[in-house]
Design a protein around this ligand. Structure first.
Ligand code: GDP
Ligand code: MG
Length: 260
């Protein structure tokens, strides 16, 4: 498959300009991927089964793959041939989960933006309820820690890490961590307007705390979900992401206006 089939990913500041133009859709959903070749085809099929009846052609899915050695980008591009709402970005110049998600939103046309993982840990069946709650909210988080939510079979060491990460976050940026029960969730929707014109500066894996910390988000809603086990392949989380997380908490604390 030639490079010409993949549009170039945006570069420059991680910033979404105010949208002008009449080609908007209701939802742009970014699916970041790295080495998900076994998951991506069935995952996109499941996503489509939920989103087509819910939104028809008024949505788009944007897979942002970091040139995965297992060829996830190629599998996704094959799926796109028969899925008009799907676009695939194959990134080479930049790496990392959080920038992938934001680059996807930068090319998105949605009034509502969102993200979901490709490994089946987040159930697409939550979308009807999440979209319903978006009608009266600026941001809807799918949460493991409210009614209807659970961490499922999350391994014990990840549970401990997650508790430590949330405690530290609550100490450093309480205004952000106090707003939702699951600020480290990677499954959420929000209005594009909330971050237009605001430069995001994430590090590592977490994007929701950027939106809550720097964006203008007034009304927040939640939707409990049971986190599932990864279906195939392995987690991409590494110890260095702990360091990235500390850097990100520090930046938000120092830079986001409402935390000064
Ligand atoms: N584009 C991109 N996607 C990534 C990267 N790291 C992880 N992902 C994707 O982000 C989602 C969550 O990553 P995962 O490895 O499952 O992390 P975990 O669920 O916290 O163990 C999955 O869809 C991954 O394929 C990355 O560096 N770049
Ligand atoms: Mg995962």
């Amino acid at each position: 498959m030639s490079d010409a089939q993949f549009p170039a990913a945006p570069t420059g500041p991680l910033l979404l300009p105010v949208r002008r133009g009449s080609d908007a859709v209701l939802l742009s959903l970014v699916v970041p991927t790295f080495n998900e070749s076994a998951n991506i085809r069935p995952f996109l099929a499941t996503l489509r089964e939920t989103l087509d009846p819910l939104l028809g052609c008024r949505y788009e899915v944007i897979v942002v793959d970091d040139d995965s050695p297992d060829g996830t980008w190629e599998v996704a591009a094959q799926v796109a041939k028969d899925y008009p709402q799907l676009r695939v970005l194959r990134r080479r110049a930049e790496k990392g989960l959080s920038t992938a998600v934001i680059r996807g939103w930068q090319v998105g046309r949605g009034e509502v933006l969102g993200t979901i993982n490709a490994d089946f840990q987040h159930p697409p069946s939550a979308f009807p309820e999440m979209m319903r709650r978006m009608e009266s909210a600026d941001l809807v988080v799918a949460t493991r820690y409210a009614e209807g939510g659970s961490v499922g079979t999350f391994p014990p060491h990840r549970r401990v890490l997650s508790v430590c990460a949330r405690r530290l976050g609550a100490l450093m940026i309480p205004e952000v961590f106090g707003r939702v029960t699951d600020p480290l969730s990677g499954f959420y929707l929000f209005r594009r307007q909330s971050i237009e014109g605001i430069e995001l500066r994430p590090a590592g894996f977490k994007t929701l705390i950027e939106i809550l910390g720097r964006g203008s988000v007034e009304r927040v809603a939640e939707c409990g979900y049971e986190m599932q086990s990864r279906r195939s392949g392995q987690s991409n989380v590494r110890w260095r992401h702990t360091f990235d997380y500390l850097v990100q908490l520090g930046r938000i604390r120092l830079e986001a206006p409402r935390h000064r």
